[in-house]
Design a protein around this ligand. Structure first.
Ligand code: BG6
Length: 481
C-alpha cells in the first residue's frame, strides 16, 4: 500500500528560527529576539534590554528573508508540494497594537507565497510560532492578559483576508499545549510572565498558565470561526499540538494511571478544546487540584464551540516513560522531561528515537477524534554535522538523519495502512535553523546545510546533505507507487 494520492510532502520552519532580518524595514522585536543562545547544559537567557556584547540567534537566524527564492527552489528540487512556515507577527504589526500592518512586511509575505505557488508548493502557515511582539510581553505580560485575544485577532484577520486565496492550510498556535504548567517550555513560560533571567529559573504559575492557555484557545477559536464564516471554501484551519507520547514504565496499575494523567495533561487537554470545542470532562478536577480558577466570561463557551478545527496537526520527535517508582531515570525531550525507555536509543540531546511510537500516536489521535484529517507537521533529528570537501564539493554524510526519516516514514505508512486519515508530513528544520530549545546552530535538522555557526560566523551559503537526496528519492518513490 502507498500514501494517498496528493499526499503533502514537505518541511516545516518558524520565522523566529529561520527568517532573520529581525529589525529590517520597520519590523518590531519579538519575544524570541530577546533570547540568547545556550546549549544542552546551559539554559537560554532572556534579556529585557539588549547587551551589545551578546549574540541573539534569532536576529539573523539562517536568513530566509534574503534567501527565500533560493531556498524555495531547493525545496521544489526535493519534490515538495507543501512548505510550513510562520508569519512573524512583528513584521506586520511591530508592537502588536497598530491598526494597520507595515507595507514592507505585507510585500515580503506576498512574494514568499507567490514564489511557493510558482513552484507548485502549498504554503502551510502558522500564525504564531512561539513568538509575539515583545511590546505585548512588556505591557501585558503577554498571554497573561485577555487583551491579547483581540490584538491577535486583528493580526490573524488581516492575514486571512489578505492571503486566503494563496494559503489554504493555516495553524493558529504552534504547540499550544506546551503552555501547560507540566511542560518544560520556557518560551511559553516567558510569554505569560514578563521575566528576564535564565529560562531554567523562569517561575511557573499554574493559574497564569491555564488562563493564558484559555485566552490562546479563545483567540485561536476566534480566528477559526472567522475563517469558517468568510472563507470556508478556501481554507482549512488546524491546531498544532506538541505530541509528547509517553508509556507507563511498568505494568504497575499506578504507573498506568500516572501515564494516563500525563497524556491528558500534556496532549489531550489542549487538543480536545481545539478539536471538540470544549474542555475535557476531567478538566474541572485538574483545575481544582492545581488551585486554578478559569477566567470564564460571557460568550467564552460559545466561542470555543464555534472554533473547532478542520484538521489535526502535531509534532512528534520522541517518546518518554512515566513511573511512580523512583528508579526511573529522567531524560530530556521536546519541551518536556520524562523517563528513560530501556528499549530505545536517544539523540545527542537525549531525545529517544521511537518510530513505532509515531504509528501508535497516529492511531490514538484517529481513535479519539473520529479519524479527523491529520498532518505530522514536525518530525526530525537534531544532530552534529560534519562538512567534508570531496572533489571540490562540500558533502555532509548524514546517514543518521536519513535513517531516522526512513524509519518514521515507514511507521507512518503502517498507520496509513491501518486506515489513519493522514494527509501530509513536513520534516522539521529541512534547512538548518536555530534550535528553539537551546538556541544552538550546531543542533542541525536540515537536509540543506547552512554555513552559520554558534559564534555568529558563517557566510550563510547553502549545501545539499546526503539526506537531501534521500528525501527527494523517498518523495518520488511514494508518488510513483
Ligand atoms: C518543536 C518546535 O518543539 O521542536 C520547534 O515547534 C523546535 O520550534 C523543534 O525547533 C525542535 O526543537 P529544538 O529545541 O531541537 O529546536
Amino acid at each position: 500500500m502507498a500514501f494517498p494520492k496528493g499526499f503533502l510532502w514537505g518541511g516545516a520552519t518558524a520565522a523566529n528560527q529561520y527568517e532573520g532580518a529581525w529589525d529590517v524595514d520597520g519590523k518590531g522585536d519579538s519575544l524570541c529576539d530577546h533570547m540568547r543562545g545556550g546549549d544542552v547544559n546551559t539554559p537560554r537567557q532572556i534579556d529585557e534590554t539588549f547587551d551589545p556584547e551578546a549574540l541573539y540567534p534569532s536576529w539573523e537566524a539562517t536568513d530566509f528573508y534574503h534567501h527565500y527564492e533560493e531556498d524555495i527552489a531547493l525545496f521544489a528540487e526535493m519534490g515538495w508540494n507543501v512548505f510550513r512556515m510562520s508569519i512573524n507577527w512583528t513584521r506586520l504589526f511591530p508592537t502588536g497594537e497598530e491598526a494597520e500592518p507595515l507595507a514592507a512586511g505585507v510585500e515580503f509575505y506576498d512574494k514568499v507565497f507567490d514564489c511557493c505557488r510558482a513552484h507548485d508548493i502549498e504554503p502551510l502557515v502558522t500564525l504564531s510560532h512561539y513568538e509575539m511582539p515583545y511590546a505585548l510581553v512588556d505591557k501585558y505580560n503577554g498571554w497573561a492578559s485577555r487583551a491579547c485575544i483581540d490584538l491577535f485577532f486583528t493580526y490573524a484577520k488581516f492575514c486571512l483576508d489578505r492571503w486566503h486565496g494563496k494559503v489554504k492550510y493555516w495553524l493558529t498556535f504552534n504547540e499550544v499545549n506546551t503552555g501547560m504548567p507540566f511542560m518544560n517550555n520556557v518560551l511559553s513560560t516567558s510569554m505569560v510572565q514578563h521575566y528576564t533571567g535564565t529560562t531554567a529559573n523562569a517561575p511557573k504559575d499554574a493559574g497564569r498558565c491555564f488562563n493564558a492557555l484559555h485566552y490562546q484557545f479563545l483567540a485561536g477559536a476566534k480566528a477559526v470561526a472567522y475563517a469558517h464564516e468568510h472563507y470556508a471554501d478556501d481554507v482549512m484551519m488546524g491546531n498544532m499540538t506538541a505530541f509528547v507520547t509517553t508509556y507507563p514504565l511498568t505494568c504497575d496499575p499506578a504507573d498506568l494511571l500516572a501515564n494516563q494523567a500525563r497524556m491528558r495533561e500534556c496532549n489531550w487537554y489542549a487538543s480536545d478544546v481545539q478539536v471538540r470545542g470544549a474542555y475535557p470532562y476531567y478538566a474541572e478536577r485538574m483545575w481544582a487540584e492545581e488551585g486554578v480558577e478559569i477566567d470564564w466570561q460571557d460568550g467564552d463557551r460559545e466561542l470555543l464551540a464555534a472554533g473547532c478545527v478542520d484538521f489535526f496537526t502535531f509534532s512528534y520527535y520522541m517518546s518518554n516513560t512515566v513511573t511512580t517508582h523512583d528508579d526511573g531515570e529522567e531524560i530530556a525531550g521536546n519541551m518536556s522531561l520524562g523517563g528513560k525507555n530501556p528499549y530505545l536509543k536517544a539523540s545527542d540531546w537525549g531525545w529517544q528515537i521511537d518510530p513505532q511510537g509515531l504509528r501508535w500516536t497516529l492511531n490514538e489521535i484517529a481513535d479519539r477524534y473520529n479519524n479527523i484529517p491529520m498532518m505530522v507537521v514536525e518530525n526530525g533529528f537534531g544532530a552534529f554535522d560534519e562538512v567534508v570537501v570531496e572533489d571540490g564539493v562540500e558533502r555532509i554524510h548524514d546517514s543518521y538523519r536519513s535513517d531516522y526519516l526512513k524509519a518514521h516514514v515507514a511507521d507512518m505508512q503502517e498507520a496509513v495502512n491501518d486506515g489513519v486519515n493522514l494527509i501530509g508530513y513536513t520534516w522539521w528544520g529541512p534547512i538548518d535553523v536555530v534550535s528553539a530549545g537551546t538556541g544552538e546552530m550546531r543542533k542541525r535538522y536540515g537536509f540543506i546545510y547552512v554555513d552559520k555557526h554558534d559564534d555568529g560566523t558563517g557566510d550563510l551559503h547553502r549545501a545539499r546533505k546526503d539526506s537531501f537526496f534521500e528525501y527527494q528519492r523517498l518523495i518520488k518513490e511514494s508518488r510513483d507507487a
